[in-house]
Design a protein around this ligand. Structure first.
Ligand SMILES: [Fe+2]
Length: 200
């Protein structure tokens, strides 16, 4: 990913608090904006993990969990068609649609090193950690004949220590993201395995 700072620190309009789109609408946007099946799967996986984390770990209500899910589902929506303007295009689209500022900010903070936006809320911090680890876990599953079946945290950890495996996944970003949350790496990896294996 190239660096293209968003050069801004406020997102959305506070008066849109609570304004969310139905998840079906977000899927429709994704289908329109992202022709690549693998990339859409990545976003559906991140969305599933984000939603499950909100409900199970944060004890969020359904409405709050939808925010987490929407941020996960749309975080890379502009990546395929606008790689050089990645993040800016989807952020501006959601601002146009008057979507809740917390969702927009969460998307903007999913790569602090690239977009120059510090994750502040728990939702911001979790998307950062889940995004990179989700892709990594998926790569670790894909090389196994049984895929997610029997995939253990320890084998994911071993692959993390192998720099040539899924080399595009930044180990520095994973370390940085984990340092910002109070969640052990093993626990998060297990959670990701458990919640994204059914996503197809
Ligand atoms: Fe992503």
């Amino acid at each position: 990913m190239t660096t293209h700072s968003l050069d801004r620190s406020t997102f959305g309009d506070p008066k849109n608090a609570g304004n969310l789109m139905p998840i079906e609408e977000a899927h429709a946007l994704l289908n329109e904006w992202v022709p690549n099946d693998r990339l859409r799967l990545h976003m559906r996986q991140v969305a599933a993990v984000m939603k499950a984390w909100a409900l199970e770990k944060e004890k969020s209500d359904e409405r709050t969990a939808l925010k987490w899910e929407l941020a996960g589902l749309l975080h890379d929506a502009d990546w395929e068609k606008h790689p050089d303007e990645h993040c800016r295009i989807i952020i501006e689209e959601l601002e146009k649609r008057n979507i809740d500022a917390e969702v927009i900010r969460c998307i903007a903070s999913h790569g602090p090193r690239y977009f120059g936006v510090e994750p502040l809320s728990k939702m911001d911090k979790m998307i950062y950690a889940i995004d990179e680890l989700s892709g990594f876990v998926h790569a670790a599953a894909l090389i196994r004949p049984t895929r997610y079946e029997g995939l253990e945290v320890k084998s994911v950890l071993k692959r993390l220590k192998t720099p040539s495996f899924a080399a595009q996944v930044s180990r520095d970003d994973i370390t940085d993201a984990l340092a910002r949350i109070d969640v052990p790496q093993d626990e998060l990896i297990q959670f990701i395995i458990d919640h994204q294996k059914e996503v197809s």
